[in-house]
Design a protein around this ligand. Structure first.
Ligand code: MN
Length: 324
């Protein structure tokens, strides 16, 4: 690891002057990137006071992915004054954890399209599941496929460097990937990329995934160390913050101790939070697969509230005897 590594993302709008800029995932507002959705999501994010919006790479095929809506998006961002980052998750037909050259080439192009889209809208970060298909493979990583994803990501990082874009590696839980599930694993992977010359790859923690795989949130932050560049803030059930079991105090104490100055971006996939339009589309088997309609929503509950289906528990027989 280089000693002078700088994990900061060079923001140009509201997030530039904000310590720990607050971000929001576009999926909270909309489910596509049509002109109407782009306007609604960016204007709502700015109105709510966020410094940046995370925009999933528009789902266009071929070269269109790099340009779809980019002119309008840039104009809307300039008008609103907020920054943007771009995210994506590779799929089985765009995987770089593969020995199939055609699939790998599509994956590499998808990553390059994301970098190009980011550059066109004035964004400087492309993150997400950028290291493989977001899937749980039926086998462990093989040497050949590992060599391929390292080679591809090294080339993508070089292209991103030219465009002043940082690449984020977001590890996810074991049910969504069996390759990178912890900050320690991800840091070791980024170290390998740095040894190949990639100096602009950041570690991206998502508190939802960390909650499943790490000993605690603070350990994830410590294991990420100076590589930490981006955070997804998400509750243990992806819903309303503060109603689940995430150890927010432990997380923020660790972040403060580490000197983290990067974004804190809220990511939610619960119908308790996201817009009705998004829920309606996703409930029909939309692309995410992680949205759960009617989840904790009616009536709104938090941990410890009365269950609608209470157990009938007999009273305790009395105080327990004092043990010698
Ligand atoms: Mn995430």
């Amino acid at each position: 690891m280089t000693t002078s590594f700088d994990p900061s993302i060079p923001f140009a709008r509201a997030a530039h002057s904000s310590a720990n800029p607050l971000g929001i995932h576009a999926g909270v507002w909309v489910n596509d990137w049509s002109p109407t959705s782009a306007r609604a999501a960016i204007e709502a994010s700015a109105r709510a006071g966020f410094d940046l919006i995370e925009i999933p790479l528009p789902d266009a095929s071929g070269a269109a992915a790099a340009t779809a809506g980019s002119d309008l998006t840039r104009a809307l961002l300039d008008d609103s004054g907020i920054d943007a980052v771009v995210s994506l998750a590779l799929g089985l037909d765009t995987d770089i954890n593969t020995a199939d050259p055609a699939v790998s080439a599509r994956g590499e192009q998808r990553l390059l399209d994301a970098v190009a889209f980011a550059s066109k809208i004035g964004a400087h970060y492309v993150g997400g599941v950028t290291f493989s298909a977001m899937t749980k493979y039926a086998h462990p990583a093989a040497e050949a496929t590992l060599a391929n994803w390292l080679a591809v990501l090294t080339r993508v990082a070089a292209a991103a460097h030219e465009a002043e874009v940082r690449i984020g590696i977001e590890y996810v839980n074991r049910y969504e990937s069996n390759l990178l599930n912890t900050a320690a694993q991800t840091a070791a992977f980024i170290d390998e990329l740095q040894e190949r010359g990639a100096a602009n790859v950041l570690l991206h923690i998502d508190t939802y995934h960390a909650n499943i795989e790490e000993l605690c949130q603070a350990d994830a932050v410590r294991d990420a160390g100076q590589l930490l560049g981006y955070l997804h803030i998400a509750e243990s059930h992806r819903g309303r913050l503060g109603t689940g079991t995430i150890d927010w105090n432990g997380l923020f104490v660790a972040l403060a101790a580490s000197g983290y100055k990067g974004p804190l971006t809220f990511e939610s996939f619960s119908s308790d939070i996201i817009s009705p339009a998004t829920v309606t589309i996703s409930a029909c088997g939309g692309t995410s697969g992680t949205i759960r309609p009617k989840w904790h929503s009616t009536p709104r509950r938090s941990c410890g509230s009365i269950s609608p289906h209470p157990l009938t528990v007999p009273p305790l027989p009395g105080p327990l005897p004092v043990m010698p």
